[in-house]
Design a protein around this ligand. Sequence first.
Ligand SMILES: C[S@@+](CC[C@H](N)C(=O)[O-])C[C@H]1O[C@@H](n2cnc3c(N)ncnc32)[C@H](O)[C@@H]1O
Length: 214
Amino acid sequence: MSTKKTPTFVIKGNARYDRHDHFYKKAKQEGFAARSVYKLDEIDSEFKLFRAGNVVVDLGCAPGSWMQYVEQKIGHAGRAYGIDLLPVKVAFSSQIRIMQGDAFAVTLKDLMGADSDDLPAVDVVISDMAPNTTGIRSVDAARSMALSERALEVAERLLRPGGHFVVKVLEGGEMKAFVEQAKGLFQSVKIKRPKSTRDGSTETFVIGLQRKAR
Ligand SMILES: C[S@@+](CC[C@H](N)C(=O)[O-])C[C@H]1O[C@@H](n2cnc3c(N)ncnc32)[C@H](O)[C@@H]1O
């Protein structure tokens, strides 16, 4: 039997990274669906986003590691609603509702599984949505920005005053204008690139704290 290991290095743009790096292995050991969980963990450790009993919306929730983190944080009294184009295979408890669909096309009523237009107030909206990349930087940046803007729109519609927001954005281009837009909605806006972000990636996170009163 051959003991040769399949190489796990991946080339993306100008970056070459090890797909099975420290965070990948840690996520496997700890039972998380993706290494992305450590990005949210780091952001939450710094900004204290979640509390037991919170209502959370997770946009682009597959394969499910952010939702696993949220489930632990909000406990049995909380509720969370997720959407992704892809199916989520993780088994969640009954207060977590996940739908397969497009964040651009879904109505907020469907997203929240609501019977009426009276939607529950949401404490935290998180979005790790990322487009399928083409390798053409300007195209990828524009697609990613459209997803970030959709997430901000959902946050504006659903978040209660005092609620928080986390969204992935790509650095450069329209990011400055996006941050300015977010400043209109939140008391404070922070930018953070977590340690687990892969070298060479242009992704970063915009964090909106304390939604302003309507
Ligand atoms: C980096 S992954 C999210 C990882 C997730 N936070 C986790 O921890 O498991 C980005 C996700 O965004 C989803 N996505 C991209 N465009 C979307 C859209 N228009 N609507 C819903 N999900 C979308 C992709 O299908 C992909 O699963």
